[in-house]
Design a protein around this ligand. Structure first.
Ligand code: NAP
Length: 336
């Protein structure tokens, strides 16, 4: 039976065609001013939604009485009111696995850029200020051999650990609710508490999901407990960090530098001090933004939606929608 599908973020043409072959499809992105009315006009009849980067809370769900499934083109599900989904019996699917390596690449690029001051030094060349050998004030800091602390040791955290330990000879400390066994990293990584990790790591990377328990987790007290002159990299969600506390830690010299792909408010407001801070390397939330990976995400999200609308079990369902305790179906249900 053809159902009503509302696409709220652009899809590759061939994936859109897969949906159109089976269902009645409306494309309207509520974040684009000219399309917002069309999105809310289509919502009351929608049975399936697919997209990302838009908050779907109780007020949106209340306008969609026929909704069966929302297919998110993301792994993070912090944009969705999980409790409201659960109460209304709406299936939520996402795209774990296919973006892991690309996001780990981005995070490692931020580690390198922050430590070696890549952006500032590249700008020096670009702006014609390379007129003599650089002096020590522009030197960077080694990455290889430094201790890396990873907060949240899931798919992406583990992929970052492999790069660090096997490629850069970095001892890895990780904090995570449970210990993880990775045969290739035996002897190179340790499961520790966050309180142990922060004072011991030279570089701290956040790869935790945003939940009630991680919101604001990197606060003034935690930055103060880090090694003086350490580097902080956030590749997860902006709201995991108290940005005012981060700025204070950078300004005081407690932190040497920060590499940030994500922010509490996105796009980053023009008046945010983080945008132009000399010790911040800021990226526009591009963790998974390569042609190959964004295509793979769209393809998986399209399959998830088609499966759910056909009454089949989607490849990647977010199960147990209790806010703050998101559990994903087992490994066999994930596309790797
Ligand atoms: P994942 O496999 O679920 O890994 C998250 C890990 O964090 C899990 O091991 C989880 O443990 C752990 N965790 C949860 N709460 C914690 C806490 N308070 N302290 C320490 N660890 C905690 O997810 P993933 O695929 O690696 O993705 C992680 C996050 O990265 C996503 O949720 C998303 O927000 C973000 N992300 C960002 C980008 C980007 O563009 N920058 C791209 C992709 C993903 P349990 O499983 O035991 O709860």
């Amino acid at each position: 039976m053809r159902k009503n599908v509302l696409v709220f973020r652009e899809l590759p043409d061939d994936q859109l065609a897969r949906l159109q072959a089976a269902h009645q499809v409306t494309v309207a992105n509520p974040r684009v001013a000219e399309q917002r009315d069309a999105f809310f006009a289509a919502l009351p009849a929608a049975q399936g939604l697919i997209g990302s980067s838009f908050s779907i809370d109780e007020s949106v769900l209340a306008q969609a009485p026929w909704l069966e499934v929302v297919s998110s083109i993301s792994v993070g599900v912090d944009n969705y009111d999980l409790q409201a989904f659960r109460q209304r019996g709406i299936v939520l699917t996402h795209t774990p696995g296919v973006l892991t390596e690309t996001t780990a690449d981005t995070i490692f690029a931020l580690v390198m850029a922050s430590s070696r001051r890549i952006v500032a030094l590249a700008n020096l060349v670009r702006e014609g200020r390379w007129t003599s050998n650089i002096d020590t004030s522009l030197f960077g800091w080694d990455v290889h051999g430094k201790t890396l602390g990873i907060v949240g040791f899931g798919r992406i955290g583990q992929a970052v650990a492999r790069r660090a330990a096997l490629g850069f000879g970095m001892p890895v400390l990780y904090s995570n609710p449970r210990a993880v066994e990775l045969p290739e990293l035996i002897g190179r990584m340790s499961h520790v508490s966050l309180d142990t990790l922060l004072p011991r790591a030279d570089i701290v990377v956040s790869t935790v999901p945003l939940t009630d328990s991680t919101r604001g987790m990197m606060n003034a007290q935690r930055f103060a407990s880090m090694k003086r002159g350490a580097i902080f990299v956030n590749g997860s969600r902006g709201a995991v960090v108290d940005e005012t506390a981060l700025l204070a830690a950078l300004d005081s010299g407690q932190l040497r530098a920060a590499g940030l792909d994500v922010f509490a408010v996105e796009p980053l407001p023009l008046d945010s001090p983080l945008r132009i801070h000399p010790h911040v390397t800021a990226l526009p939330h591009i963790g998974s933004a390569t042609h190959e990976t964004r295509y793979a995400m769209a393809e998986l999200a399209t399959s998830n939606l088609l499966q759910a609308l056909a009454g089949q079990r989607p490849t990647c369902t977010v199960a147990n929608h209790a806010a703050g305790s998101i559990k994903i179906l087992g490994d066999s249900d994930r596309l790797r």
